[in-house]
Design a protein around this ligand. Structure first.
Ligand code: F6R
Ligand code: MG
Ligand code: MG
Length: 364
């Protein structure tokens, strides 16, 4: 059976700032989706990470299904109504268009979808990140699929050692999709050369070279590149199929031990380490740190098992402590140098305005 996984995620309002959506908001989103269960939608999961609500749909309608996108849009509108009713902060923040126009991509929500023939056992992971942008997944995807230091299958499993095809998008090019397909192992250095630039080049999909099956899909929208100004960080989502011809679940999770530095954090304008957190975690210190959660499932005939929280384990407590220390260290240097993002990446125009004002006060 061909199954489609579609994850659509948005910030439509949260409690106490950009911290966490209310239970009532999540319930109103759920109420909308529930009605379609067993009809358009075979199964679904709703969860939150930081201030974002993610809806995972299992269905058989293929990617970009208009009715499904409409359903997600309507559910987020319902959630926004609840957010307004409760006086939540940033109600409807990520719904940038006045009306739905066929696909939520480019309208604010983050979207990642893939269709595949189900294997007899179909384990996969759903990653949702907050207070960061799509480039945050570049390093963990690269390490999980191309580096035997994390993916031991690259040297242990003949199928996996055939390598993977990386589809990488140039998100600075806004007139159309501009992408490149590169193959591991022979293109590894090219892939690294692109992926070091998290704000410009973003992994959009991965395919097995042994079977040509799709292994992963990520959201790639950078709204400020489309709208010309920031409307919030494009907190990204990622789906990864695991085991068999793909890396094992633990190999995909392994790079999140690093707590690598990403763009985001306070006011979407700083650099901070990506912390692996429990599903449903809120946000705290300096509106951060940037967080990612990983929820594991098996899907069978379009039906999901219960979710497993992959970062809910004593090992990740140690990682979280280590990442907290990294967050503390970079925050000690406040606005200085790499602690803050480049002008073009700042979520606010304040500094650019200040520079313009100061221009006339410079003299020789
Ligand atoms: C991302 C996030 C931040 C805010 C940013 C703007 O989830 O919450 O990137 O978008 O801090 O906040 P306001 O709207 O308060 O200026
Ligand atoms: Mg937000
Ligand atoms: Mg968010």
């Amino acid at each position: 059976m061909k199954t489609t996984l579609s994850v659509i995620k948005a910030d439509i309002g949260s409690i106490a700032g950009h911290i966490r959506p209310s239970q009532a908001l999540i319930d109103s989103v759920r109420g909308c989706i529930e009605k379609e269960a067993g009809k358009l939608v075979i199964d679904y999961y709703i969860g939150s990470t930081g201030d974002d609500v993610a809806i995972l749909f299992c269905h058989d309608q293929g990617v970009g299904c208009r009715d499904l996108h409409q359903l997600a849009w309507d559910a987020f509108l319902k959630g926004t109504e609840k957010a307004k009713e409760q006086g939540l902060y940033g109600a409807g923040q990520d719904l940038l268009a006045d009306a739905f126009s066929g696909n939520v991509k480019g309208l604010g929500p983050a979207v990642a979808e893939m269709e595949f023939e189900e294997r007899p056992a179909e384990p996969f992971l759903l990653f949702t990140a907050d207070k960061t942008d799509p480039g945050a997944y570049n390093l963990p995807i690269y390490l999980g699929f191309a580096d035997p230091m994390h993916c031991s299958g690259l040297i242990l499993s003949p199928k996996i050692s055939k390598g993977f095809k990386f589809v990488i998008l140039d998100v600075a090019f806004t007139e159309a999709d501009r992408m490149i397909e590169l193959h591991t192992p022979e293109d590894t250095y090219y892939i690294a050369a692109l992926l070091r630039d998290n704000e410009r080049f973003v992994v959009s999909a991965i395919y097995s070279r042994a079977t040509e099956e799709q292994a992963a899909v990520a959201s790639t929208t950078r709204l400020h590149n489309i709208a010309g100004k920031y409307t919030g960080k494009d907190d990204p989502v990622l789906l990864v199929r695991c085991q068999g011809d793909f890396p094992a679940t633990g190999e995909i999770l392994s790079p999140y031990s690093i707590g690598h530095l990403v763009a985001g954090f306070m006011r979407g304008s700083h650099t901070g380490p990506l912390m692996p957190v429990l599903m449903g975690s809120g946000i705290s210190y300096f509106d951060g740190p940037p967080v990612v959660s990983a929820v594991g499932f098996c899907v069978h005939n379009g039906k999901l098992t219960e979710p497993v929280d992959c970062f809910d384990h004593p090992y990740w407590d140690y990682v979280r402590t280590k990442v907290s220390k990294k967050a503390f260290d970079i925050r000690e240097q406040g606005f200085s140098g790499p602690a803050m993002l480049h002008y073009s990446e700042l979520e606010y125009g304040g500094i650019v305005n200040m520079m313009e004002e100061l221009e006339e006060r410079f003299h020789s």
